[in-house]
Design a protein around this ligand. Structure first.
Ligand code: SF4
Ligand code: SF4
Ligand code: SF4
Length: 356
């Protein structure tokens, strides 16, 4: 199977890489309502929960596929789904690794025991002290302590405890203390992230700049190096572009079964990019309820899309001279090179925003 792509006067034959990783949006609903949440701007373009037949269909399809890992996540709380236990059991029965991203507030004794007994590989709890975020430090420490006791008595390392922390100007010092505290409670890995502002007011909390030779990375790593494994985002717009969804051969399946390349294009919504509002247009390459996942992944449109992202064939809107006056800056719908959708203005592509 190969896909043909014309680039100027060259013809390129692309062999699709095997699909390795799937993000499953079990739930787009959440029990919290954080000010920083993308969901506030989501349109009602999909179901709240993935239904049982879609879930079963996806897992049946991946059981004998090249997929290595499934992440139960999305921008919602997976433990609200009526099928989260089934999902874990079926994914494990299919022999795949499993990670869960959660705000952790619904994890009680029974849930924790289930995660340990079913050998969930990694549990990512997003944790923040800020009032813009989940304000869930206490509940996270409680979950970690409970889980550590259970893991010890079951003689297992799984689930490995991981945290996601969103850095903001007003809570930067608290975040450093928080990460040290998390490491004392058995967290092995912390993914640091930048805030993606939802409103102009939140622009003040941003720690990254358009162009600045910053030393925040050095400052943070000097303070945290000994305590825990930490992954850092970029704090300024660098020349290099790298989309972790594409580079990891990952795809995202929404609650209604549609297949999108990333969280950013998963639903209609909005974001703030370097001080301006941008409309996000949902983009899907197909739906697992009407086509096979393999067909969608290897389709020429999706294969060419990944090729273009990998080779940075998108214009660089974030540092373009036409910045102020270009109409393409207000939506992901297109750009000056006729790409639909466009990745040219994406802060995930610049590693400012990261995903587990
Ligand atoms: S916990 Fe996450 S998904 Fe839920 S409201 Fe907060 S940011 Fe949104
Ligand atoms: S789409 Fe507009 S902002 Fe982006 S690179 Fe092209 S001209 Fe510049
Ligand atoms: S570059 Fe951005 S918009 Fe494009 S696929 Fe990656 S995360 Fe999505």
């Amino acid at each position: 199977m190969r896909v043909e792509y014309r680039l100027d006067n060259a013809t390129i034959f692309i062999k699709p890489e095997p699909l390795k990783r799937i993000y499953l949006e079990l739930s787009r609903a959440c029990n919290l309502s954080c000010a920083m949440c993308f969901r506030h701007f989501y349109k009602e373009d999909s179901t709240s929960f993935m239904d049982e037949s879609t879930l079963k269909n996806v897992i049946d399809q991946i059981a004998h596929s090249s997929v290595e890992e499934v992440i139960l996540g999305g921008i919602g709380e997976p433990f609200l789904s009526p099928y989260w236990k089934d999902a874990i059991k079926w994914i494990k029965d299919a022999g795949k690794r499993i990670a869960i991203t959660t705000n952790g507030t619904l994890i009680d004794q029974e849930t924790a025991a289930f995660l340990v007994a079913n050998d969930v590989d990694r549990l990512y709890i997003s944790v923040e002290s800020s009032t813009l975020g989940h304000n869930n430090v206490e509940s996270t420490i409680h979950v970690a302590d409970m889980m550590n006791i259970m893991k010890q008595s079951s003689h297992t390392e799984n689930p490995v405890l991981c945290a996601e922390v969103v850095l903001m100007k007003s809570t930067l010092e608290d975040s450093v203390m928080l990460i040290k505290e998390l490491s004392r409670h058995g967290f092995k890995y912390v993914l640091l992230n930048n805030i993606l502002p939802m409103t102009p007011k939140m622009d003040n909390e941003v720690l990254y700049e358009k162009s600045k030779d910053d030393n925040l990375w050095h400052e943070l790593s000097a303070q945290l190096y000994k305590d825990v494994a930490v992954e850092y985002p970029e704090f300024s717009i660098k020349t290099e572009r790298l989309c972790r969804f594409v580079e990891r051969n990952a795809t995202v399946i929404a609650s209604d079964g549609s297949v999108s390349p990333c969280y950013r294009l998963l639903h209609d919504g909005a974001e703030r990019v370097l001080g301006r509002t941008k409309m996000l247009k949902r983009y899907s390459f197909g739906n697992v309820n009407s086509q096979s996942l393999e067909e969608i992944w290897e389709s020429s449109s999706y294969t060419i899309f990944r090729f273009k992202v990998h080779h940075a064939l998108y214009p660089s809107c974030t540092d373009c001279g036409f910045h102020g006056g270009c109409g393409f800056l207000f939506s992901t719908d297109g750009d000056c090179r006729s790409n639909v959708p466009s990745c040219g203005d994406c802060l995930w592509y610049r590693q400012i925003i990261l995903c587990p």
